[in-house]
Design a protein. Structure first.
Length: 233
């Protein structure tokens, strides 16, 4: 069995070393795969995609938290189920209740029906027992799904706070976006670029171009010029 650790950060300002330390403390033998500036979806995470191609049944992938695997609830849950069915162990240091070992235990720990010797009674007890076992397995699966939904909610809440902040600024009479004809203040270029790196989806953030422009308060042409400069740096 091989143990892999997967770490990722979404923004430049984040520090990936904390995740690495946490995984190494729990699994010193883990081969850590790191990835920076990724979005909420699994597609496009090149290192993670490479890892998924090399893991085999019996191997283990360790995450600091469920949000490092995916912040898209449906996608994350489907991937979890797929890896579980392939026999790959998944460990979430901050959410151990959804580790595949815990889920597997729930699936295997079936309640046996009591045999009374009376056919009618035994048939009824068997039906009741089967229903309980099915319910317990569904409950375990629901806990896993809820963990991914919570991770996605964090992203959705961030988007909502951004929209509310923009609306509040407009109501307060603040300029959102650049003023036509106003000369660009070069001293503001670097802070604006840092905000683009932090929030733009193209650099692993969660905001669209339009949302970024409104949040930063720069004109469209200036925004795209800064993006082009960041790509060439």
């Amino acid at each position: 069995m091989k143990v892999y650790g997967y770490c990722r950060i979404s923004r430049k300002q984040q520090n990936i070393e904390r995740q690495v330390r946490n995984i190494k403390a729990a699994y010193p033998e883990a081969v850590v795969v790191s990835e920076a500036y990724t979005g909420t979806r699994i597609d496009g995470r090149k290192e993670f995609e490479k890892l998924l191609k090399v893991v085999k049944s019996g191997d283990c992938i360790v995450f600091d938290s469920v949000s490092r695997m995916s912040r898209n609830a449906d996608e994350g849950f489907r991937l979890y189920q797929s890896l579980f069915q392939q026999g790959i162990e998944l460990v979430f240091l901050k959410e151990p209740h959804i580790n595949t070992a815990t889920y597997r235990e729930a699936a295997e720990k079936q309640i046996s029906a009591i045999q009374t010797g009376d056919d009618a009674t035994d048939e009824l007890l068997a039906a009741i027992t089967a229903g309980i076992n099915k319910y317990m397995l569904r409950l375990s699966a629901k806990q896993i799904q809820l963990a991914f939904e919570q991770a996605q909610k964090e992203v959705d809440d961030l988007h909502q706070r951004t929209r509310e902040g923009i609306a509040t600024a407009k109501l307060a009479g603040k300029q959102i976006g650049g003023v036509p004809g106003k000369k660009l203040n070069i001293k503001k270029a670097e802070p604006a670029k840092q905000l683009i790196l932090k929030h733009s989806k193209d650099f692993g953030g969660t905001l669209s171009d339009g949302e970024c422009m409104k949040l930063i308060g720069i004109a469209r042409n200036t925004y795209y010029r800064y993006k082009a400069q960041l790509r060439s740096e």
